[in-house]
Design a protein around this ligand. Structure first.
Ligand SMILES: [Zn+2]
Length: 635
């Protein structure tokens, strides 16, 4: 007992010391980043422009640095930001493309991505490693003494490699814990910004069954009125109960039309701060939490990215200071002044002001339901934890198992009654309104943080959840037609993978050529699949519609020719897509660079002076193992 106590105390002392150190460190970092320590990596000393800022909302991640414009060109010299050594080099056809990492003696590191090429000795070293590993993709960790750099040394040339959508340099500054920091806080005089952020849209979301916005359980969008460069307003909005605010805002910088991200947002209600968000620093491991920072379902439905100004359940980002998670609880009949402030990295700010008026839901008065049309089949939708049902009567019967629950309409919407059902209590089977009924396809309420399996008799599907799969409770809906199934609700954010098993019924091709493809109103996108006995398993982090297709077609190779000792080809593949490629010249491995955006592949000899001559064989393989070989004699 005493032993335990002493251990506990020791730990406590150790912990508080650690917290004190961490606290001081974080405070020091938050307030004072070294100014002038880093040199701007592109055209230092000249006016620079950005096409992307820190914390910008991207698909499944926050943007982790700045995107520096290169005037639509490639090949601009990229300079080492400060003294240090090259600690990591990565070459990939995807993501950062050709990327360099420099470790600096003050503990910070810098990252330079989408490079066209590496400078001199670095480039030679990379090529030697590619040849010795017989691989285009490499990740190298040179020793501290291998590539020492001085501030201002040219380390490479800007490009458009990897996932880049146009020529630019992606530049990051990281701290010693590999957290990404906002480079604009390090005092680069090259970037000028005195333009304030802009507000585009405001959304008010009722967060539980008793909440209302404009007397409905709906999340209407309001378009703020701009009064000046920094002042916006929205009309008075009637609300009741637990509600959340969401905003669509952007920031422009001088001299560029790009709409960049806003990474500081503050909400005050009646002059008191209720919510503050700042994304000047974050860890890569948390980046997927962007899907609960934004209203992901709206985003997937094409409404753009609304940032939530409340901390949704399951959101573990340490970027908020919020009272009651930022939820506003308005249950009085009075008016409340709300001010939203958006601030950019240079301190330019804009304010959006509006009033929320507490308005209790109206009692529904029983009255004859008059219809000038035929009675419609009821429709339904899951809204957060509530099932909303539209029907043509004042009352409905909701069935759960053997029970029939008589529900009164909560309010009218578009000439129909809306009935509300709290899904947290029970998942119902069907509803009966005015002689018409409809069955729900919600199978189960799956809770986050637990291993769980759903076996659905109706569709024959099995869905396996792991501990990290979910951010929040999922009201899983499942449907199936043939070998196509839908996992819903569409756009529901997933933290990690789930596995779905289906017995493939249709005879569409040889088993080893079958895989899942996601088909959400666009061309099928390869999602893979692994056979578990007679069932094909899908591993996914996206709810949506999937089908099984057979890819039995080889990739296509088109020879373009030889110019300046370089041979090039176009390669592409229908359905599953290209997985790998390999070239041999007179039987010896030949390096081929690959740019998937241009479907372009080209050679580089180990020694640039060795003439490229003889028998060249290029083999390209797709994700389903279909292989195409192309042979040509190069003269
Ligand atoms: Zn970038």
């Amino acid at each position: 007992m005493i032993e335990l106590l002493r251990k506990g105390l020791g730990r406590l002392v150790l912990l508080s010391t650690l917290f004190f150190c961490l606290g001081t460190l974080l405070f020091a970092q938050g307030k004072k980043y070294p100014q002038g320590y880093f040199k701007f990596p592109i055209n230092p000393g000249q006016r620079g422009y950005l096409s992307g800022t820190m914390g910008e909302l991207r698909s499944n991640h926050f943007h982790s640095g700045i995107d520096i414009k290169t005037g639509g060109q490639e090949g601009l010299p990229v300079y080492a930001s400060a003294d240090g050594y090259i600690s990591r080099i990565k070459v990939s056809a995807f993501g950062y493309g050709n990327a360099l990492y420099i470790q600096h003696p003050n503990g910070y590191s810098t990252v330079y991505a989408h490079l066209k090429s590496f400078k001199g000795k670095i480039g030679e070293y990379v090529k030697e490693q590619q040849y010795s590993r017989k691989s285009f993709s490499v990740e190298l960790f040179p020793s501290q003494t291998h590539f020492k750099v001085k501030k201002g040394d040219i380390i490479g040339y800007s490009g458009n490699t990897g996932g880049s959508g146009g020529p630019h340099l992606h530049f990051e500054i990281r701290d010693r814990f590999q957290q990404v920091l906002n480079p604009l806080l390090f005092g680069f005089s090259e970037i000028v910004d005195n333009i304030s952020p802009e507000f585009y849209a405001l959304k008010i979301v009722p967060l539980d069954i008793n909440s209302r916005v404009k007397e409905k359980l709906d999340a209407p969008v309001f378009y703020p009125k701009k009064h000046s460069e920094t002042a916006y307003s929205a009309p008075t909005i009637s609300v009741w109960g637990n509600i959340g605010l969401e905003i669509k805002a952007n920031d422009k910088l001088n001299g560029a039309s790009n709409k960049n991200g806003v990474n500081t947002l503050i909400v005050t209600v009646d002059g008191k701060e209720t919510y503050r968000y700042n994304n000047d620093r974050y860890a890569f491991s948390q980046t997927r939490h962007i899907n609960v920072h934004i209203d992901h379902e709206c985003y997937k439905q094409g409404e753009g990215r609304f940032q939530r100004m409340y901390v949704a359940d399951g959101n573990k980002l340490p970027l908020y200071e919020a009272v009651n998670q930022g939820f506003l609880n308005i249950t009085d009949g009075s008016e409340h002044r709300v001010e939203i402030t958006a601030i950019d990295a240079y301190g330019n700010s804009s304010k959006l002001n509006f009033t929320l008026k507490g308005t209790p839901p109206q009692e529904t008065r029983p009255q004859p339901f008059v219809l000038s049309r035929e009675v419609a089949t009821p429709t339904f939708e899951v809204f957060n934890n509530t099932l909303k049902i539209w029907g043509d009567a004042n009352e409905c019967l909701v069935y759960d198992g053997f029970f029939a629950n008589n529900i009164k309409a909560s309010y009218m919407d578009k000439g129909q009654s809306v009935f509300l059902w709290d899904l947290r209590k029970k998942i119902p089977d069907s509803v009966y309104v005015a002689g018409k009924s409809v069955a729900f396809n919600i199978k189960e309420a799956v809770k986050p943080g637990a291993l769980h399996q759903v076996f659905d008799d109706e569709t024959g599907l099995q869905v396996n959840f792991s501990i990290p799969s979910l951010f929040d409770t999922l009201y899983l809906d499942l449907s199936r037609a043939g070998d196509t199934f839908a996992l819903g609700p569409y756009g529901f954010p997933m933290k990690s993978y789930i596995r779905v098993l289906m017995d493939v019924k249709e005879d569409i091709g040889p088993k080893r050529k079958l895989a899942y493809y996601q088909i959400n109103g666009r061309s099928p996108s390869f999602a893979g699949g692994k056979w578990q006995g007679e069932r094909l398993q899908l591993k996914t982090r996206d709810l949506g519609t999937y089908t099984v297709l057979a890819d039995t077609t080889e990739p296509v190779i088109r020879y373009l020719g030889k110019a300046r000792n370089v041979v090039s080809f176009k390669i592409w593949d229908e359905l599953s897509g290209i997985q790998s490629w390999e070239a041999k010249l007179n039987g010896r491995w030949l390096l081929m660079h690959y740019d998937y955006k241009r479907k372009f592949i080209w050679s580089e000899t180990l020694n640039p002076n060795t003439p490229l001559r003889g028998k060249l064989e290029l083999e390209v393989r797709d994700q389903m193992g279909n292989t195409k070989t192309y042979s040509v004699v190069i003269k």
